[in-house]
Design a protein around this ligand. Structure first.
Ligand code: PLP
Length: 402
């Protein structure tokens, strides 16, 4: 008998590490050097572990080898609560915080605890595809709301409002955004909060890039803007502290928790089922929250800003390609004018680019963007390398047609 994947996986996909990765691995195995611009993994581009984190983790290594509390280490949860209290949240305590092996694990738990078959979550398009994938895996429907490229990729509030039905459970908001790099205005976030309030929806705020905003812009937390709405805020150390491989994240529950008692019991049960998060990585959290080394990287002359700038200019220099300036996060989401470059299948474009130039980017449709006219690159390589790679993408596009 052939073993087949479960029907629960129908329509579930995660193209950032999709089939093209196998081809990239095969090229490397054959001796080629592949420039991997597909995953937001700072460590792969020379970003080192902050000393504060290394010290805290090494110190904890010999004492954190047992199972711990399923919600996570109390002192780390208290440190997370204090961090958000300093950033405008009200009435938070350690019991409102769940630690996990990255946002990925916590988002999976949070959505599974919420969604029944047929329930709907409003998810941005384009999105970070984890959210669509876990919604479908949980038996729900990801209803995509439009983010408007002409308006610096801000979500279209009217579109969100029009897509709310009596099956809608929550609005997913990714801010700063992956893949677009958009940072949402206070006004827009207030509009989203108002919709959630009016329709009794939960907010799932993925803010894993909250400390990576450029040009002196300010990030606003939805949980602080909407203290009267049940809001789950997700973040962690993967990006702001460049330790994605340590798998350390958190989820903070804010708002009227008495309206979510049953849900939170379910979430706590799921936290128990996975036993506990990685021990040593939890010990890094308190130290990490006091570590502001990210600020130098996003300052006007900081490495991440420099790379963002060079990538953005180089992309816009390619004839038939345009890119909205990313205001946060680690990505540029570039548009291909398909009247200039005849592309009907963006996955094939990505695959052909990999085979020819040994550069791995991710197709826009991998982010639940409906048309095959975008691709995403990460802005993590050093500026010269990034610029050279983008020039090569430009040369590849010149004359490429499907
Ligand atoms: N959310 C967004 C928007 C991301 O871009 C990523 C990783 O790229 C994640 C969540 C996953 O983060 P973690 O490493 O904490 O699981």
């Amino acid at each position: 008998m052939e073993f087949r994947q479960s029907s629960k996986l129908a329509g579930v996909c995660y193209e950032i590490r999709g089939p093209v990765v196998e081809q990239a691995n095969a090229l490397e195995a054959a001796g080629h050097s592949v420039l991997r611009l597909n995953t937001g993994n700072p460590a792969a581009f020379g970003f080192e572990v902050p000393d504060s984190i290394l010290t805290a983790m090494t110190r904890a290594l010999s004492t954190s080898h047992g199972y711990g509390d399923s919600r996570g280490l109390l002192s780390a949860r208290q440190a997370v609560a204090d961090y958000y209290l300093r950033r405008g949240f009200s009435e938070l305590g350690a019991d409102d915080v769940y630690l996990g092996n990255g946002v990925s694990e916590l988002a999976t738990m949070a959505v599974h605890a919420l969604v029944d078959g047929g329930d709907e979550l409003l998810v941005p398009s384009p999105d970070y595809p984890l959210w669509t994938a876990v919604t479908r895996m949980a038996g729900g429907t990801a209803v995509h709301y439009h983010c408007d490229e002409q308006a610096e990729w801000q979500p279209d509030l009217a579109d969100i409002a029009a897509k709310i039905t009596d099956r809608t459970k929550a609005i997913v908001v990714i801010n700063p955004n992956n893949p677009t790099g958009a940072v949402y205005s206070d006004e827009l976030l207030r509009g989203i909060a108002e919709l959630a309030r009016r329709h009794n929806l939960m907010i799932l705020a993925d803010e894993v890039y909250d400390r990576i905003v450029y040009d002196g812009a300010r990030h606003h937390h939805l949980g602080a803007i909407a203290p009267d709405v049940v809001c789950l805020t997700f973040s962690g150390l993967s990006k702001s502290h460049r330790v994605a491989g340590f798998r350390s994240g958190w989820l903070v529950v804010s708002g009227p928790r008495d309206h979510a008692k049953d849900y939170l019991e379910g979430l706590t049960m799921l936290a128990g089922m996975r036993l506990c998060p990685n021990g040593p990585a939890q010990h890094a959290i308190e130290a990490a929250l006091g570590d502001d080394s990210i600020d130098a990287l996003i300052a006007e002359d900081g490495r991440l800003t420099r790379q963002r700038d060079r990538a953005w200019h180089a992309l816009n220099d390619i004839p038939g390609v345009s890119c909205v300036k990313p205001r946060g996060a680690l990505y540029a989401f570039a548009r291909i004018d398909t009247d200039v470059h005849r592309i009907h299948d963006d996955e094939k474009f990505v695959y052909d680019l990999l085979l020819r130039e040994k550069i791995h980017v991710v197709q826009g449709t991998g982010f639940n963007w409906a048309r095959p006219d975008h691709f995403r690159i990460i802005t993590l390589p050093e500026a010269d390398e990034l610029e050279t790679a983008i020039r090569r993408i430009g040369r590849f596009l010149d004359g490429y047609a499907q």
